[in-house]
Ligand binder design. Structure first.
Ligand code: PMP
Length: 984
């Protein structure tokens, strides 16, 4: 038997004859007794028609499939029966069931122009497939993995005569199929690569073939053949096209599914493996199945590429096949982007088998028995350098300088013999400074600097070779790569353990040596992404013991472990950002950095007004801690300096300052002062607001995003008025002036009812509603009415004050009013607990009726120094001006995005308090709540931290540190553009 012909493998499918919609309607009437209207649908192997049965608004939709003549009636009946089985066993999975024809069979023989054809009528599944290369979220990937497992479980004992057939997509036949198809790849280099990848993959599969369970599988459960019905979540919940149903290895199903994900935006290997985790949770993979999964993905990729070339070669007019070549190659490239053992180690980690190696395919590389590498250098001579995200050497943005590593090594070497970097350490020095995908920053080797020329010894026996970068020693299946080493004269290539093999020396500056150990031929990179680093251990060894005689503890902490500890230790009602939050360990300017050295753009931290780790603030605080920190009843300069500075920032008369520790305390105290001053307890507040967690500040908080029961549970002395939202509230655009009219009427009504307003509290720019300016004249009218009835006007400036709005230092300036009491916090302390209430002397005096006021740490020496320094920095670095100018630029760029993306309903705000409101429909303003949450998740994947706000959680709240740069704004806008273009 020679190589089988493509036709013997079911590769060549005769296409069915052309049929018109009228033919389709006639066939449906004759064979199925249904009167329908037919419309042609595209397809590659069969002729498909959408049928509409019945009239009116909701005709039943069906699908007529006229099979290609290569598919037998028996096979078609099998497909119908399999769909029936899935429907029975997995009622949550949508699957197109067949309608029986006149004879009771589902595949009806029909005649067309003298040719015998088989036609079936199937249910039509509404929704769309995941075709194309758009973004797939982790939730979608998990859903497709679950679908594959559910289908396999449903079909586990499915059997019908005729089910087994020779089929090119049956991965059990991969070698014959490739033999038949590879010759169609014209490009010899590509053909060679595909062949090599497939051969290596098959070698692994063959070893385990006997242990692989078989069953009937869908056989093509890919992005093209799953459908979703919910346009918001786009989670696939249906399976179509059982045309490749076949008996095969069960794990082949999953390999086919996983490979179909690999060409999508946002899908790297760890992301694709979410499908494996989800599959395994329902239908656990055996060790043998796990071991062959990735090799099967590679084989599937190879077959896709070869088959694509075959179709293009034999059917040159097939535009669909030509276009698909790119996707198919992308799948194969992704599948072979890391060596197979590395991918298999990722599979093992995805299903919780990490570290176990029951198959011999995924174990970590261990060094053989060895001697030292460096002659005359011992553990005690070596300084281990720290380039991690928490390294004390990398403060004040030093990690951003290209020569940081060399500088730090040189400084350490000035007083020592040798320095060494850490194996497996994600280096902050190698990260991408602004946003973007996960950086390749994790070292798969170690680098040494040596003060004096040093000889290198063979740690184990092997064969020595010179390379472009230095020398290599091969022995015991491992290659020891010594970059920067010179070979010493060694007779012959074979060396024994302990023999001198090389030398490192340098004429100018310290000698450097790069050391890596890898399995022969692994060709590992120097640096990889942190999420892949552990898997690379399958082919890369830790060379540290060659230098230190011991390993170092793994420098990486597991963020999921921290979340679990956090959830155990902190009461549950305290939420954290994100389901799987990065472990943030450092901040710098407008950047946040996680434990893996990944850098995120901080677009949400209004608390950090002057930016993270500001050196001037760090120095001032350190100095003050060394001098004094105590309670605020003592007499020390900082508290007076700060109070004077605050008072000077406010309009005349507002010069009496109280210092507290938070926004909640500031609001609470402001309300107590106002009630004492007015002698009334009734408070008027604006709906959809958040003012704090203390009893009083919570009482006036009505945001249902923070407390779903807020409106029903307010005490009787709290009265609320409409949120004056000019975008989506009761009054919009020019009508927004009516909010003030209604509010004034409510003030009058309360006075008449004998419960006059004692205090009116409002954010002066509607931060919590998404950065919406209050309507012109709103506060002027409400303040006047409140005061006319003896009430006090309280301004909550906790979020929006302090220069953030750009044009105005305080939000009330935008409204052209002066409040009676101002509450401020957050930005004031740049993250240090610090808040303030500022009022007039007269009002402060009236508060005396409540006794003394004292807050132990409010305005402590350290807090006061923070307060003064923050103000100095805002002034000296012109941060309010930056908020105005960069904020205007940012807003304009966001507005530009809104022109291209209909999901953006509006861009609200001013300066660095912006709100990007997302709506499903610009007419109805239906809030895009779920989309906003998903977009925030995807933005994080792209390195941008942003969160939703408003009662509808459909506004991206953009309120970054005030030193946010234009470059940062550009990064934000391009990430959002990418998400809105490629999906979330
Ligand atoms: N007022 C407003 C407008 C706020 O946004 C917040 C906090 N989100 C507070 C008060 C309470 O501040 P803190 O969290 O510092 O207590």
């Amino acid at each position: 038997m020679g190589t089988p012909l493509p036709s013997e493998l079911g590769v060549v499918q005769p296409t069915p004859p052309d049929l018109s919609p009228a033919d389709a309607a006639r066939i449906t009437a004759d064979a199925f007794g249904l009167t329908v209207e037919a419309t042609q649908l595209g397809s590659h192997q069969d002729r498909n028609f959408l049928l509409r049965l019945g009239t009116g608004d909701a005709p039943t939709k069906l699908l007529l499939k006229v099979a290609n003549p290569g598919t037998s009636a028996v096979e078609l009946e099998c497909q119908s029966a399999a769909a029936e089985r899935i429907a029975e066993r997995a009622p949550d999975v949508r699957v197109p069931r067949s309608r029986p024809g006149h004879s009771g069979a589902t595949a009806m023989a029909v005649e067309h122009e003298g040719e015998q054809l088989h036609a079936r009528v199937l249910e039509f599944l509404d929704g769309s497939t995941l075709s194309g290369s758009g973004y797939l979220s982790p939730g979608t990937v998990r859903a497709i993995g679950r679908l594959a497992a559910t289908v396999d479980l449903a079909l586990a004992d499915f059997d019908l005569p005729g089910i087994e057939r020779v089929h090119q997509w049956d991965l059990r036949r991969a070698p014959e199929v490739l033999d038949a198809l590879l010759p169609y790849i014209g490009d010899a280099a590509l053909r060679g690569r595909v062949r090599a990848a497939a051969d290596a993959a098959w070698a692994v599969v063959e070893r385990h073939a006997d242990e692989l369970p078989e069953q009937v599988i869908h056989g093509d459960l890919t992005d093209d053949n799953v459908v979703w019905s919910d346009p918001i979540t786009k989670r696939p919940d249906g399976v179509i096209d059982l045309g490749d149903l076949n008996l095969s290895w069960t794990v082949g199903e999953l390999a086919i599914t996983v490979s179909s994900l690999l060409h999508h935006d946002g899908i790297d290997l760890p992301a694709a493996l979410c499908a494996v985790t989800a599959y395994h949770a329902l239908r656990p993979l055996s060790a043998a199945e796990a071991a062959v999964l990735w090799p099967l993905v590679v084989l599937r990729g190879a077959i896709l590429v070869a088959s694509g070339h075959h179709v293009v070669a034999t059917d040159p007019g097939n535009a669909y096949a030509a276009e698909n070549l790119g996707h198919e190659l992308a799948i194969l490239e992704a599948a072979v982007s890391v060596p197979m053992p590395v991918a298999s180690a990722l599979v093992a980690a995805a299903i919780g088998h990490a570290g176990e190696d029951t198959t011999g395919d995924t174990g970590s590389v261990r060094l053989p028995a060895h001697g030292p590498l460096l002659e005359g250098v011992t553990d005690a001579d070596v300084t281990v350098l720290d380039f991690s995200a928490t390294s004390p050497e990398l403060h004040e943005g030093r990690w951003l300088f290209g020569d940081a590593e060399a500088d730090i090594a040189a400084a350490a070497l000035a007083t020592g013999t040798a320095t060494m970097t850490r194996f497996g350490e994600p280096r902050l020095t190698r990260s991408t400074p602004l946003g973007g995908d996960e950086p390749a920053n994790t070292a798969l080797g170690i680098e040494l600097t040596l003060a004096a020329p040093t000889n290198l010894l063979a740690p184990w026996a092997g064969v020595l070779e010179e390379t472009l970068d230095g020398i290599e020693l091969r022995g015991d299946g491992l290659t020891l790569k010594l970059d920067g080493a010179e070979r010493l004269p060694v007779a012959g290539a074979a060396v024994s353990r302990g023999q001198r093999i090389g030398r490192v020396a340098s004429v100018d500056g310290p000698a450097t040596l790069g050391v890596r150990v890898e399995r022969d031929g692994a060709d590992a990179p120097w640096f990889t992404r942190a999420s892949l680093a552990r898997a690379w251990r399958a082919v890369v060894g830790d060379p540290t013991p060659l230098v230190l005689g011991r390993t170092l503890p793994d420098p990486r902490q597991d963020p999921t472990d921290l979340v679990a500890r956090r959830e155990r230790a902190l009461a549950d009602v305290q939420e954290h950002y994100y389901d799987e939050p990065p472990m943030i360990v450092r901040g710098w300017r407008d950047l946040l950095i996680d434990a893996d050295g990944r850098v995120y753009l901080d677009s949400v931290n209004n608390v950090t007004s002057i930016g993270h780790a500001h050196p001037r603030l760090v120095d001032a605080v350190t100095e003050q801690w060394k001098l004094l920190n105590t309670n605020s009843r003592f007499n020390y300069p900082a508290v007076v300096d700060f109070a004077e500075r605050l008072g000077a920032l406010l309009p005349d008369g507002l010069d009496q300052v109280f210092l507290v520790n938070s926004g909640s305390e500031a609001v609470d105290l402001a309300l107590r002062i106002a009630r004492a001053a007015s002698g009334r307890r009734d408070v008027l507040a604006v709906r959809e607001a958040y003012h704090g967690w203390t009893d009083l500040s919570d009482a006036v908080s009505t945001s249902i995003a923070d407390n779903p029961n807020a409106l029903e549970t307010r005490p009787d002395w709290v009265h609320t008025i409409d949120a004056p939202n000019s975008y989506r509230g009761r009054y919009r655009g020019p009508d927004a002036s009516r909010y003030a009219v209604d509010a004034v009427a409510e003030v009058e009504r309360l006075a008449e009812a004998g419960t006059p307003v004692g205090a009116f509290i409002a954010e002066t720019f509607y931060g919590n509603a998404g950065g919406i300016a209050l309507p012109d004249g709103y506060l002027e009218a409400v303040y006047a009415a409140v005061r006319a009835h003896g009430g006090i006007a309280v301004a909550d400036e906790v979020q929006v004050g302090y220069g953030r709005l750009g044009d105005w230092f305080w939000g009330f300036e935008q409204q052209g009013v002066v409040p009676d009491v101002v509450a401020v916090a957050k930005a004031v302390g740049n993250g240090q607990p610090l808040g303030a209430v500022i009022t007039t002397r007269e009002i402060a005096e009236r508060f005396r009726t409540n006794g003394y006021f004292f807050s132990s740490a409010g305005g402590s020496p350290v807090s006061s120094v923070v307060g003064v320094t923050v103000l100095d920095v805002i002034r000296d670095e012109r941060l309010q001006e930056n908020a105005r100018d960069t904020g205007a630029y940012f807003r304009a760029r966001l507005e530009e995005l809104a022109e291209r993306h209909p999901l953006i309903g509006a861009v609200h705000g001013s300066g660095f308090y912006l709100g990007v409101e997302l709506v499903r429909d610009r007419e109805t303003l239906e809030p895009a709540t779920e989309e906003t949450a998903a977009i925030c998740e995807r933005m994080r994947e792209l390195g941008v931290i942003i969160q939703p706000t408003s009662d509808r959680q459909c506004v991206l709240k953009v309120k970054p540190p005030l030193n946010f740069s234009r470059e940062s704004a550009d990064v934000f806008v391009s990430a959002l553009d990418r998400v809105l273009t490629t999906g979330w």
